[in-house]
Write a protein that binds this ligand. Structure first.
Ligand SMILES: [Zn+2]
Length: 245
């Protein structure tokens, strides 16, 4: 059996993985993981306002442009594989066959950990729906009766990455990841999102603030790590360990 380390990020729209966990992706690629990103849609209707303001814009043109941006960002983060499921956005709706496609991806990747959105997001129901789907598909992938003979999924953690307008989402981080050593890659990926220029500095700021929390929670001025950039995550499942840290 292969002992390669893998991870899977399930992103509602083409850009979400960049802002919310680009550092985790680049860092784990550096640590020897193969990180796969599944984009359920391109965010073509709901997260592409700048493109729609251009004259003669069509849905196909927007999708093409968003795909190009996401592929460039994925390259900047050293993503192992990015898959576009093109399921539509605003609203994002998955039928059972679409869910089975995600189950296939999960079983194929056999991730050590998974990542998706916050559980609650009244501003963007596609986001919270994606997490509901991620949990549902994780459950199906664990079912011995689903496609018997395929390798059944273990119990990867689902990390919920940071939403926009954090406090409105009931999202509470319990993990901080120091991404200082890969910050240049994350910033380069952020800058691939040309249509969302207004978010570039906002998410730089978020990373700097989370680094402050990393420093405080790793010991502060008494031996804390001098992180400059960090990302926060909320775990869904208990952590099983042999030694408390
Ligand atoms: Zn989104």
């Amino acid at each position: 059996m292969s002992d390669k380390k893998t991870a899977l990020v399930i992103s509602a729209h083409a850009a979400d993985f960049v802002w919310r966990c680009g550092g985790a992706i680049a860092l784990h690629q550096k640590l020897g993981y193969e990180v796969t990103v599944a984009c359920l849609s391109f965010g073509e209707r709901g997260e592409s306002a700048k493109l729609w303001k251009q004259e003669g814009m069509t849905l196909e043109k927007v999708k093409t442009e968003r795909k190009r941006e996401a592929e460039n960002a994925a390259k900047a983060l050293d993503v192992h594989d990015i898959q576009f499921l093109d399921l539509g956005d605003y609203p994002l709706v998955l039928d059972t066959d679409a869910k089975y496609k995600i189950v296939d991806i999960i079983r194929d990747v056999q991730p050590k950990w998974m990542m998706s959105h916050s559980k609650y997001d009244p501003y963007n129901t596609d986001h919270m729906y994606t997490t509901e789907v991620a949990l549902e598909c994780r459950m199906i992938a664990q079912a011995w009766g689903h496609n018997p003979g395929q390798k059944v999924l273990g119990a990867p953690q689902l990390y919920l990455f940071e939403p926009h307008q954090t406090e409105q989402m009931g999202w509470k981080p319990d993990v901080f990841l120091d991404i200082t050593e890969v910050w240049d890659k994350k910033r380069a990926a952020i800058e691939c999102m040309e249509g969302q220029f207004h978010l570039w500095d906002y998410y730089t700021n978020v990373a700097q603030n989370r680094a402050n929390h990393f420093r405080r929670n790793s010991g502060g001025q008494s031996g804390g790590r001098d992180a400059k950039y960090a990302e926060g995550f909320q775990t869904v499942f208990p952590i099983c360990t042999d030694e408390l840290a």
